[in-house]
Design a protein. Sequence first.
Length: 614
Amino acid sequence: MHTLYNLLRLEYEHEKETYRQQTELMGIARKVKRGIAWYPLNVGRSYYNSLNQLVVEVFRTEDSDIEHNFEYGRPVCFFTQNLEGKVKFLSFTATVSYADEERMVVVIPSTDALVELQAADRVGVQLYFDEHTYRLMFEALNQVIKAKGNRLAELRDIFHGNAPTSTYHFAPTRFPWLNPSQEEAVNKVLWAKDVAVVHGPPGTGKTTTLVEAIFETLHRENQVLVCAQSNMAVDWISEKLVDRGIHVLRIGNPTRVNDKMLSFTYERRFEAHPDYPQLWSIRKAIRELYQQRRKGRSENMHQKINALKDRATELEIHINADLFNEARVVACTLAGSAHRVMTGMKFATLFIDEAAQALEPACWIAIRRADRVILAGDHCQLPPTVKCQEAVRGGLAHTLMQTIVKRKPEAVSLLKIQYRMNEEIMRFSSDWFYGGSLQAAPEVKYRGILDYDTPMVWINTEGMDCNEEFVGESFGRINKAEARLTLEQLQTYITRIGKQRILEERIDFGVISPYKAQVQYLRQSIRRDPFFKPFHHLISINTVDGFQGQERDVIVISLVRANEEGQIGFLNDLRRMNVAITRARMKLIILGDASTLTRHPFYKKLYEYIEKEE
């Protein structure tokens, strides 16, 4: 654990330094392109939200098609740019409360900060270094390292030491609507006293299984904590639980905002509580008294304010208790489990979804609140993001889930039947990543769009003048000729299916590239091409990370890399490729320079497999 602490320190220093360089050296246009800044902004209305935070609405006025990285809980800072292009940062940092494509609600630290923002001209906002989440991870690790004679110490010694896992012994429960491997996984969760792992390869119904396991656990426990690394993953599992009729309390704001999702957030529930109007008027009265005191009218103001504050605190505690008493599931990100509204709370069971994407220190933030831990995910898909290469080499990207899978295989259930892909698309992934143990469910085994179609095709771009170019650190590579070829392939396939059928049956398409620059170029090209106009709502273009957890009828992948040396950069991370190829339900088209890529054994095997199937 000490090693883990030191590796996290390396990542912290690296990210802090990267942020400093970005702030000092990178131009605003590049920050906007990378999705870490909005400029210029319109500053909208300000108000106090139900949690008594002063918030302000801001709107971006340009580049709204660029995907941004702003989301709930992330820190931001505001800046201005004068006519000579000189950038000046405002004196405060703020926090995102809610963000969609073009509008953001930001929590501001004080009325002085709001005045400063409203007085500023030509204003922009950018992501700030996330000191808070690191602090939570360091605190959690410290607590785990020092733990003695308590449940936290026991869990640490089971996960990392030689202490064995223990289980309950009772007859298995039957779930006729689940397949045998899903049924076994739910029973293993119910039997586990310490830890269980649901290992869900692509399309195997991991979420279905997890929801069932949570539902069954709630027959035995009054309340559980459900966490994930990202807000999006928390939203996804929360929505499925709500569909199952479970009362969820979502701490934090969702990323995709619809009324259903918003209705179970803590903030909305707080506002809807019958005692909230009374609390609102007390808070308003307190603010008015403060204003009067500033103007010099201070006779027994102090006692009045304190009396009102006490009443407000009483009401808050009462509303908070009601909200948590009603909830069967409390859902939040791993970092969100340290939110002040959850102070002092403990849970018998913690479920961590997408556990293979979470840094181990982040998992411990939530584990401190629990007696047993259930992890769900797939360590053969996307890993956590670690930016410092030295920390990667030291093993910071090695997750708690991987550690448990390796050290406690008896706690692991592998889901084996997949319901997404044509068998030929599944088979390669199954053989390479899952020891050949996956089976295609009968209803998807032979699924296809066209008769006598080949489910997988590799278009070899060798000798077609498809050359990669380098475009700056974080964007990596672009291959414009291959991008054009990618869209030609998509157009050809759309034409073969026929416009009418695509629109009637809502056949959908995904275009994936590992490189951001290629994704941006493909997006711009598709927008400009009149052929694709009727199909815009059915075509998504994104990086591999952007497609995590999703699926499409047709997937086209542009691999970009083409060079004499056989350099393939981060295509070496085969887990990314596993995600990319397993998004396709019925048709997978890969474009790539075989002479560059097949020097790597994985791509050689994939190329040969596709050639053989064609």
